[in-house]
Design a protein around this ligand. Structure first.
Ligand code: DX5
Ligand code: ZN
Length: 233
């Protein structure tokens, strides 16, 4: 059981395309959809906020035509406010910006919503929850990073679980519907514990894409996640 009073909806798995085959992105998206997934996680990196560089709006826009999945777009870029329109135009459903990368975060969040997207804020492992305290009612999702962003395949940082527990208590206390997402080092082995701690959405890159076939891998995650949420399995 979750140990929380919050009414739990079925937890969501969002595979991170960072660990997919970039030369076959269209096919990968189709394979996720036919495996029964509903969300997909895009990691956008600029070589400044994080050391790595990945992809941007033109690629997402092209792939939007190939997929009905919910596009959860994680911006690991400096001053994300410069690109909100471009990501809206590309067909992003949810735009998640880092609190550390945007000085006028309230304005950035309002703008994301004005452009018709869901809005999320990500916190690096060491960033206190205070950064989203006042914004929480405006947010569709808070992403608690469980690794330092930039690369797939890193080890889960255990203290981030305390942040999830604390945030889940706060969301419940204030009777909000803000989703809690965790990203980094998520696996079938810790999925149950993360959901039980209060996470609603888990991102998985290497542990999902590294173990095909996707329908079976998704079901393995599903069982662990549903168990963590106290749902019948
Ligand atoms: C890391 C990215 C993650 C990454 C997770 O900066 O934000 O989405 O793909 O990869 P794994 O699941 O392999 O830790
Ligand atoms: Zn991510």
């Amino acid at each position: 059981m979750s140990g929380l009073d919050r009414t739990r909806t079925a937890p969501i798995l969002a595979p991170s395309l960072l660990s997919s085959d970039f030369s076959r992105l269209g096919e990968e998206l189709e394979a996720l959809q036919s495996a029964g997934l509903e969300w997909v996680h895009w990691d956008v990196m600029d070589g400044m906020f994080v050391p790595n560089i990945t992809l941007g709006p033109p690629i997402i826009k092209k792939l939007r035509k190939r997929s009905n999945l919910f596009f959860d777009v994680h911006l690991m870029i400096e001053q994300p406010e410069r690109y909100l329109e471009a990501f809206a135009d590309a067909g992003s459903d949810m735009l998640v910006v880092h609190a550390e990368a945007s000085i006028h975060l309230e304005r950035t969040v309002s703008e994301i919503k004005r452009l018709g997207m869901k809005a999320g804020v990500a916190l690096n492992p060491h960033t206190p929850l205070d950064h989203v305290h006042y914004l929480l009612p405006e947010l569709d999702m808070v992403l608690i990073m469980s690794v330092n962003p930039g690369f797939g395949g890193q080890s889960f940082i255990p203290f981030t679980l305390d942040k999830v527990r604390e945030l889940a208590r706060e969301v419940t206390r204030r009777d909000l519907s803000t989703l809690i997402q965790m990203d980094g080092g998520v696996s079938v082995n810790n999925a149950e514990e993360l959901i039980a701690a209060g996470a609603d959405v888990l991102v998985s890159g290497s542990d999902f894409f590294g173990h095909p076939p996707y329908p079976e891998r998704y079901q393995t995650f599903r069982r662990a996640m549903d168990k963590g949420a106290g749902l019948a399995v």
